[in-house]
Design a protein around this ligand. Structure first.
Ligand code: HEC
Ligand code: HEC
Length: 338
């Protein structure tokens, strides 16, 4: 790290200490398009939802001004048409710097109790600082970004309207987090089905749903609830020795070695390649992986023990996973710069 990023980081941490430790949260019922039956998203006390915050956050999300050489934006790695992923094995930052992990979808991030694959970041506001200072992503400094924004009248105006202050780290992190909290996906054929439209799923997908929930396959024991994750950390047997320490990177505990947050499966048909390192390319390979029970990692979760499944059932299971694709979410123009 050079002096520029060290100072930027220190200032960022200081500013977080000043204003982002408010844990109290309040329920908001606003003009967010909350899918029927989903819990109301919660917003921090110091960052309630409103439209001007959302619009500023959206503009910043798509603006390469956030990267040190102004070449990439958040949306370079989180593209709306791919449910806010990037179709790359691992992501690529400025100057083609290769990262180590696959970019996850941002659909329903408001419901995640912690962020990143090891769960080390508690709020979306704090997470914004990660790509900004990360060498393999924007490699920038939040104070310099604020300076750049202050040179543009449009950002000054939008910032004053949203937060009653000029662009600064508070505004940058708060507004982007607001945009992200509105990225809600819950209008897939599966959702129509559980809301009573029994024709929304083919009989194959319906059978796949049963398999997914079955005691033999056990998928729903980790991928549970409306967002298909219990947010626990597990090793699902991808490698015998995984070079990625996973949650241990955060906790330093051997028992957490190569454990990763259980991801949501919403829109999984289009968020390939899969897993923390993008090492699995297709849903067919996913099913083969779980069928085999995975590799013999000492930390592998006991639920990953393999099962027998016919060719027809494989197709059914995949048809069910594809029924989680939410066209309404992917094509939602509110989420794009118009
Ligand atoms: C160079 C590609 C890249 C860029 C640019 C990028 N991200 Fe990411 N993002 C990733 C990767 C890779 C991860 C997973 C990292 C990990 O788990 O260690 C991630 C994770 C996240 C997560 C956590 C999601 C979860 O399921 O825990 C959020 C939220 C997020 N990014 C938002 C943003 C925002 C906002 C921006 C812009 C300020 C941004 N990202 C810029 C690649 C990128
Ligand atoms: C013990 C908990 C557990 C069980 C049981 C489980 N999974 Fe997973 N699943 C995970 C974890 C953890 C990951 C992420 C691993 C990583 O990031 O490397 C994952 C990843 C996935 C992914 C990739 C998602 C993505 O976007 O990268 C798919 C698809 C998936 N699981 C489907 C299934 C199916 C189908 C079953 C049942 C046959 C199943 N899982 C059973 C924990 C589990």
């Amino acid at each position: 790290m050079d002096w520029k990023s060290v100072i930027g980081w220190l200032v960022y941490v200081l500013f977080l200490l000043m204003c982002s430790c408010q844990k109290e949260e309040s329920k908001v019922v606003g003009y967010l398009d909350v899918p029927y039956g989903f819990p109301n998203p919660t917003f921090p006390m110091d960052n309630e939802f409103n439209e001007s915050r959302f619009l500023l956050g959206r503009k910043l999300f798509y603006d390469p001004i956030l990267s040190s050489d102004s070449t990439i934006s958040c949306a370079s790695c989180h593209k709306p048409e791919f449910a806010f992923t990037d179709r790359k094995k691992v992501s690529e930052g400025i100057m083609d710097r290769i990262g180590t992990r696959n970019a996850p979808s941002l659909g329903n991030v408001v419901y995640l109790p912690y962020l990143l694959r090891e769960g080390g970041v508690p709020t979306l506001e704090m997470q914004v600082g990660v790509p900004i200072q990360e060498h393999n992503e924007f490699d920038d400094n939040i104070l310099l970004i604020a300076d750049k924004l202050n040179r543009q009248k449009i950002y000054q105006e939008m910032s004053l309207q949203a937060y009653n202050r000029l662009p600064d780290p508070f505004v940058i992190t708060r507004s982007i987090a607001t945009f992200e909290r509105a990225l809600l996906s819950g209008n897939s054929p599966y959702d129509d089905f559980i809301r009573g439209d029994l024709k929304a799923l083919s009989s194959s997908a319906q059978n796949g749903l049963k398999l997914f929930n079955s005691p033999e396959l056990k998928c729903s024991q980790c991928h549970s609830g409306f967002n298909f994750s219990n947010y626990s950390f597990a090793n699902n047997g991808l490698y015998e020795n995984d070079p990625d320490e996973g949650r241990m990177r955060l906790t330093n505990k051997e028992e957490d070695r190569s454990l990763f947050k259980v991801p949501s499966l919403r829109n999984v048909e289009i968020t390939y390649p899969y897993m923390h390192d993008g090492s699995i390319n297709t849903l067919e390979e996913i099913v083969e992986h779980y069928k085999s029970g995975g590799k013999n990692n000492p930390h592998k979760n006991p639920l990953i023990s393999g099962f027998t499944i016919s060719e027809k059932e494989k197709t059914d299971l995949i048809d069910f996973l594809k029924s989680l694709t939410d066209d309404h979410f992917i094509n939602n123009l509110n989420y794009r710069i118009q």
